[in-house]
Design a protein around this ligand. Structure first.
Ligand code: SF4
Length: 305
């Protein structure tokens, strides 16, 4: 019911006029207090940016993020392609942390596609319960394992067209697997990726496949997998959905959406997550580079949240 304030409008306006000198915002009329600060801080969207300028800016953002997250990696724990494809399917509608806390028990009991294909669904459901939607996920991973055994001799295929034939595997999952278990370049258009590339005006597409094509055209193929990590890591740590930490953002000068979030440096710092905020990461077994950079492993299931 924000509209219930029209009566206030006049008084608010006069008050703001008096305070004008400190807040360099002219159009404060209807808006009250918080809004002007935000508006004043918003960088101008790069209007009519040429394709060349966009490519240059996009690549510069990626280079900056590579410096901020030199240890970026997939945040699902896995030791082989089978574990990665299963973990990726399980990561729908939950955090990578929760998946990582759940998969050790799953893979200890069912280490191969053959084992999981022959599993008793009720026992798998019990293990997968913490990931949410555990009945559907049980069906998915058992179906996926059966597909691997029946169609691919128990091996995870290393081609997009084969991967997407497996039950429960879409392009997003396939690219995660290709990029991280087979070293084949792929762009992972998850929720963070979609949000950030729109904030950066890399594309205004909303369909994941179209986003993938539009962003893919801005970068050499060899950059795609690392680019995906950089963007997703930035989205998880700094450029949050609801409250981006603009005041602590290393790429703020390149971002048309600067000011959408907290611009006060001290307040913004408090919004940072995982290693950037001094907290544990999502992997129970992160790569050494992450630990060397001061990152901490996630706690096992039951030890935390
Ligand atoms: S945190 Fe703010 S400035 Fe940084 S990328 Fe996100 S919206 Fe842009």
């Amino acid at each position: 019911m924000k509209k219930a304030t029209p009566a206030k409008k006049t008084t608010a306006t006069t008050k703001v006029t008096a305070a004008k000198k400190t807040a360099p915002e002219k159009k404060v009329t209807a808006a009250k207090k918080a809004a002007p600060v935000k508006k004043a801080a918003v960088a101008k969207p790069a209007k009519a940016e040429s394709h060349t300028a966009l490519v240059r800016r996009a690549r510069r953002i990626d280079r900056e993020l590579a410096e901020v997250f030199p240890y970026a990696h997939p945040e699902l724990d896995f030791e082989n392609p089978f574990q990665l494809v299963v973990a990726t399917v399980l990561s729908a509608q939950t955090t990578d942390l929760r998946v990582n806390q759940t998969t050790p028990a799953l893979f200890a009991k069912y280490p191969t596609p053959e084992d999981l294909a022959a599993a008793n669904p009720e026992e798998v459901e019990e293990i997968l319960r913490p990931t949410g939607f555990f009945r559907a996920k049980t069906k998915s991973v058992i179906g996926l394992s059966k597909g691997l055994v029946e169609q691919f001799g128990g091996e995870v295929p290393g081609r997009l067209e084969d991967l997407v034939k497996l039950p429960g595997v879409g392009r997003k999952t396939a690219f995660v697997v290709l990029g991280n278990a087979f070293g084949r370049p792929g762009i992972t258009v998850d929720t963070h990726f979609q949000r950030l590339v729109r904030r950066w005006q890399w594309t205004d597409q909303t369909d994941p496949d179209k986003i993938e094509a539009a962003v893919g055209a801005l970068f050499p193929k060899s950059d795609w997998t690392d680019l995906s990590h950089h963007v997703i890591w930035h989205g998880r740590r700094i450029c949050h959905a609801r409250k981006p930490a603009c005041g602590a953002c290393p790429i703020a000068p390149l971002c048309p959406a600067y000011g959408e979030g907290e611009t006060d440096p001290e307040k913004a710092k408090k919004l940072l997550k995982y290693e950037k905020g001094g907290f544990p990461g999502q992997r129970l077994n992160p790569p050494q580079a992450y630990l060397d950079a001061g990152g901490r492993p996630a706690p096992p299931l039951g030890a935390a949240g």
